[in-house]
Design a binder for this molecule. Structure first.
Ligand code: TRP
Length: 461
């Protein structure tokens, strides 16, 4: 790691907003240029800015194949505007046909914030799920569960923990000898959260996307790495053309793959596995398939990049038939953080930095009036020099949260930049929009309160 590299700490309060560098350093893909069906305002405005493997989710969406969406919430404190961004994205994926799983991270909350499981449950239902319902998630297509009451999640974390070590945690999270072990356990449970929807009892093998802020990317890197390490088959580009499938031999599959304890190879077993790989590929319609067990690979020369996804799924299905877990690395999308109202980071522990979803309208007005402004010090200067909407909280909050209309927003942006629209006028526009948005939310919350229980999975009731 270079000395100026960013370490993202999912529990820390520091937040890097150098998104270009984050994309570069962690190998995210820019979302710009990816063709999305009916993009939401967060997509249109570049607020959701990067992804990993979102193509495999969009591909499933296009072809009508199942895909899942997963998010998790820490049941501590009050829900604020920042939290609502993930909900908006989850809702968007739900509207595109995804099934939704929501993890209540009650174990993580207990371990890292000292919230009892009982309190966690109450906060999750009354504060979080109540607002998810108000924001329009469909209870029929959403499953909420608690980490503490879904043992398979913990079991999976434990099982996969075998494939990582403290060195990896140190490099991903910047841990050292002082690190509390709850911070070692929580990510493993989160790995279980993210991967378990692919198990047969929870919907089976399918792409699952996790929309997050960049602070959660370390968990995704860990999860993707661990899932890949369990895979029985590798799929890679052939040096000539097409794709190559090879075996990844480890403890769990040594027997099936004909690796005998004395170091010899049972050729008949290897041949049988290769035949099944060939069969899986021909089922996808490939006819030209070259199987060379001796060289250790199956070559499919006519397979292109576009075939990778279908092939990967076919190999994972085969792996499952042979006794493996057959886990697909999760996809993810990343959003920018909205600036805090004071101009610094948004934080639940500093109420002035954000709007809570339960703030009353008087508080909303007061906070916006006091928010950091991108205007000039005097009206005369503002008229002459113009304001900066990029740092103006009132403008930013309309863009992130309250204003759907792109054309209107562009107008306001230009008027502020030119000095025609004053800082106080911008704040008033924001207050009007925020008031309408909050009113709407509060009304919906009353109307949907009776639905909260319907969001709960059976093991959460
Ligand atoms: N760690 C997340 C947070 O701090 C909560 C969480 C738990 C989560 N499991 C998850 C988020 C799975 C996304 C996916 O908010």
């Amino acid at each position: 790691m270079g000395s100026d590299d960013v370490v993202i700490d999912p529990w820390g309060s520091a937040q890097s907003t150098d998104y270009e560098r984050i994309i570069q350093q962690f190998g995210l893909s820019p979302l710009e240029g990816v063709d999305l069906p009916s993009p939401s305002k967060l997509h249109r405005r570049g607020i959701v800015f990067a992804h990993r493997d979102v193509d495999q989710v969009l591909e499933a969406q296009r072809t009508g194949d199942p895909f899942g969406v997963l998010t998790g919430l820490m049941p501590s404190g009050q829900m604020h505007l920042g939290h609502s961004m993930v909900v908006e994205q989850v809702k968007w994926f739900q509207e595109q046909g995804g099934d939704v799983t929501i993890a209540v991270a009650d174990l993580e909350s207990q371990a890292t914030r000292g919230v009892s499981l009982e309190k966690g449950r109450q906060v999750a239902l009354e504060e979080y799920i109540a607002h998810y319902a108000a924001m329009g998630l469909d209870p029929q297509k959403t499953n909420v569960y608690f980490q503490s009451s879904r043992p398979v999640v913990q079991r999976l974390g434990f099982q996969l923990g075998k494939r990582t070590n403290l060195n990896e945690f140190e490099s991903i999270y910047g841990f050292d000898g002082e690190t509390n072990l709850a911070h070692v356990q929580a990510p493993l449970v989160q790995v279980g959260d993210i991967l378990h929807p692919q198990l047969d009892e929870y919907g089976g093998l399918r792409p699952v996307v996790v929309p997050v802020g960049v602070d959660q990317d370390p968990h995704l890197r860990l999860t993707r790495g661990l899932a890949a390490k369990t895979n029985w088959f590798n799929l890679r580009d052939a040096s000539s053309r097409g794709l190559l499938v090879s075996l990844s031999v480890h403890d769990e599959n040594a027997d099936v793959f004909g690796q005998m304890p004395n170091g010899r190879v049972d050729k008949a077993k290897v041949a049988a596995v290769f035949d099944q790989v060939v069969a899986a590929a021909s089922e996808l319609g490939f006819s030209d398939i070259m199987s060379s067990p001796k060289q250790g690979h199956v070559h499919i020369p006519s397979a292109t990049q576009r075939d990778k996804h279908a092939l990967r799924l076919a190999l994972l299905r085969l792996e499952r038939r042979l006794g493996g877990m057959g886990l697909l690395a999760p996809s993810s999308t990343y959003h920018h953080f909205a600036v805090g109202m004071t101009g610094n980071k948004m934080s639940s522990s500093q109420p002035k930095t954000t709007l809570f979803l339960r703030d009353d309208l008087a508080a909303v007005e007061k906070k916006i009036k006091r928010a950091f402004s991108g205007g000039q010090a005097t009206v005369e200067e503002h008229r002459r020099l113009g304001g900066n909407p990029d740092v103006d909280v009132a403008y930013q909050y309309m863009m992130y949260f309250f204003e759907e209309d792109d054309a209107y927003l562009a107008e306001v942006n230009a008027a502020f930049r030119s000095g025609q629209l004053l800082a106080g006028e911008m704040k008033q526009l924001c207050i009007d929009r925020a008031t309408a948005w909050m009113n709407d939310l509060h009304e919906m919350r009353d109307q949907t309160a009776h639905l909260v229980a319907d969001f709960l999975a059976e093991d959460a009731r």
